[in-house]
Ligand binder design. Structure first.
Ligand code: NAD
Length: 353
């Protein structure tokens, strides 16, 4: 099997947390006896500064030639005034996502028992460890549907799904549930929207192929409420582009810190793995960023792109153990604790692998 990875550290805290993730990868390679080929590329503001483009041709080539892309983060105030196509966000990250034809976004949201105080939810709601995976359709739906029009007095968007498009993403949801707690909640608005009625029909038909997964359906307004009232009921949520955009941010918000949250965006051939947060310009260059989101993004890459499930589990269990042992960067610090640096957190994780 080929293990070719495009590594794009990017801007802000990106290079700092990427360095930590690659040290973890080193330890994992040693322990599990494989070697990945890493090819480094520029993206975002730092790429613009060096080449005049936030997604240089060289980077495109590197990514298209790889099996997976591991990204840090992009952006920062220095590049905010550029024309839209030159910005790290539009010209860099969105262009990269489009080029890779990503169609499924997977965002885990975990509230560790030891970090309950970081969550805006009350202890009454958080009786156990919250661990939700949102699987969001990424390539279709209302963001892309035609016709799309804006005049002085009218705005028009079209929410359209075909059964093939629904099937592809819903299968990802079922498969993810099979690997986890075997519960899938499909979120739609089938009481009002035709695209949701089709969505629900496809999900119901597919359920027969996954008898080991317990399926439920929920309207999106209720799902937004249930995430606040009883997040423990969820294992995997599968939903459309618009609903997933909102619900995955909501589930991230209940976790407390962006520094803990990884993400995966799956493409047909090449997938992209990156932290859920941004380049954190307020703490960049200080060596204090939490590397866990980047390290868990690496774990998702090992699992989803390379089927290295044991290696991914070893990383997650080392992270769990660090959190349990009270090792904290500044963003997840509780009263009476001392913060460790980015490097110290990475070393603590490595020593537990
Ligand atoms: P942000 O996610 O960068 O930061 C929000 C807050 O979370 C900040 O206080 C930051 O310090 C904290 N934070 C984020 N990651 C952290 C980590 N690993 N450890 C500790 N604290 C962490 O969001 P923002 O401030 O709105 O955006 C900053 C820049 O990042 C902007 O230019 C934005 O466009 C860009 N951005 C990039 C991505 C991406 O690369 N995928 C995503 C979102 C935002």
């Amino acid at each position: 099997m080929s293990y070719k990875v495009a590594v794009l550290p990017g801007d802000g805290i990106g290079p700092e947390v990427m360095e930590s993730a690659l040290k973890v990868l080193n330890r994992i390679e040693e322990k599990f006896g494989f070697k990945m080929e890493l090819i480094f590329g520029l993206i975002g503001g730092s790429a613009y500064d060096e080449t005049g483009s936030p997604l240089p041709e060289e980077t495109k080539k590197i990514c298209l030639g790889a099996d997976a892309v591991l990204l840090g983060s992009i952006g920062g105030p220095k590049w905010d005034g550029l024309p839209p196509e030159k910005t790290p966000e539009l010209g860099g990250l969105l262009a990269l996502r489009k080029m890779l034809k990503l169609y499924a976004n997977l965002r885990p949201a975990v509230i560790y028992e030891e970090l309950r105080a970081m969550s805006p939810l009350s202890e009454r709601v958080l009786r156990d460890k919250v661990d939700i995976l949102t699987v969001r359709e990424l390539a279709h739906g209302i963001y892309f549907g035609e016709p799309k029009e804006l005049t002085d007095t009218m705005g028009l968007d079209t929410m359209v799904y075909t059964s093939d498009q629904v099937e592809r993403i819903v299968r990802k949801g079922f498969e993810a549930a099979q690997k986890r707690g075997k519960k899938l909640c499909s979120v739609d608005k089938a009481n009002v929207l035709s695209s949701s009625k089709l969505w629900r029909r496809v999900v119901t038909e597919l359920a027969h192929e996954y008898p080991d997964v317990e399926l439920s359906h929920m309207y999106v307004d209720n799902a937004a409420m249930q995430l606040m009232l009883n997040p423990l009921q969820f294992d995997v949520i599968v939903t459309s582009n618009l609903f997933g955009d909102i619900l995955s941010d909501e589930s991230a918000a209940i976790c407390g810190s962006l520094g803990m949250l990884p993400s995966a965006s799956l493409g047909e051939e090449i997938s992209l793995f990156e932290p859920s947060g941004g380049s954190a310009p307020d703490i960049a260059g200080k060596g204090i960023a939490n590397p866990i989101a980047q390290i868990l993004s690496l774990a998702m890459m090992l699992e989803y792109s390379f089927d290295l499930n044991e290696a991914a589990a070893a990383i997650r269990s080392a992270v769990d153990d660090c959190v349990k042992s009270g090792i904290r960067t500044g963003d997840i610090l509780s009263a009476g604790m001392t913060a460790v640096s980015t490097k110290e957190m990475a070393d603590a994780i490595i020593s537990r692998i």
